[in-house]
Design a protein around this ligand. Structure first.
Ligand SMILES: Cc1cc2nc3c(=O)[nH]c(=O)nc-3n(C[C@H](O)[C@H](O)[C@H](O)COP(=O)(O)O)c2cc1C
Length: 215
């Protein structure tokens, strides 16, 4: 039996980011679970998130030939059984790097716009890191927004019924709270062993989210 493939998509501009670290941890856990890993680091591979004329949909031609770059990304998605984007939450949304990958690659005639969705049967786990503190007022609405835009708006629209969004909170290791009148307060930043333990717990949490999704 051939191994299933997981496409882990890391969307961050820094190689030493928490996001990149979570991407590695998630890939390692999936490998342990028997998946062949295709690690797509959008920044390292030089992916340009800006839409181009070559890659914008032609609503009269769902068989349009998109650019070779986008076609190669489509091939990687097609080859995957499981797709796991890992990204920092920016303004209640994925960062431009990941958004542009969706805009350009998850295109008309490829992933949507067919009577039989080509990506049906695949699974998708979105893993975001967020500065928000778990349990504060904003936390529940952030989860709802991301569920709506990523799970329903993107995965489901592209024929992937089995999808989930997991958000890791407190990603900056220091509480940041904006109150109802827009006042911004910053708590004390974690340091030393406390900081190490905090980030180790986030990694552990990412692993648990993967295990929950695979179960
Ligand atoms: C432009 C920008 C927008 C952000 N917007 C949000 C936000 O809407 N909600 C939130 O909880 N955190 C937000 N953050 C905090 C990031 O999610 C956080 O810095 C990131 O997850 C940390 O992971 P990293 O070290 O991999 O970048 C934002 C950060 C930046 C730079």
């Amino acid at each position: 039996m051939t191994a299933k493939t997981a496409l882990v998509v890391v969307a961050h501009h820094r190689a030493d980011s928490l996001t990149a670290r979570i991407g590695d941890v998630v890939a390692a856990r999936l490998k342990e679970a028997g998946y062949a890993i295709d690690l797509l680091n959008l920044q390292a591979e030089g992916f340009d998130p800006r839409m181009t004329v070559a890659d914008q949909p032609d609503w009269d031609d769902r068989d349009k030939a998109y650019s070779p770059e986008v076609q190669s990304h489509m091939d990687r998605i097609t080859a995957a059984d499981l797709i796991v984007p890992v990204f920092p939450v920016y303004w209640n949304a994925p960062p431009a790097l990941l958004k542009g990958w969706i805009d350009r690659v998850w295109n008309y005639g490829f992933s949507y716009g067919r009577s039989k969705p080509r990506l049906a049967g695949r699974r998708m786990l979105w893993i975001g890191t967020a500065g928000a503190a778990e349990g504060d007022e904003y936390w529940a609405s952030l989860q709802n927004i991301l569920d709506l835009t990523l799970r329903d708006g993107i995965s489901y629209y592209n024929g992937i019924a089995e999808a989930a969004v997991e958000v890791l909170p407190d990603a900056e290791g220091e509480p940041q709270i904006v109150d109802g009148t827009g006042n911004f307060t910053k708590g004390e930043a974690l340091t030393g062993e406390q900081r190490t333990a905090h980030y180790r717990a986030l990694e552990q949490r990412a692993i648990e989210r993967v295990e929950k999704f695979l179960a």
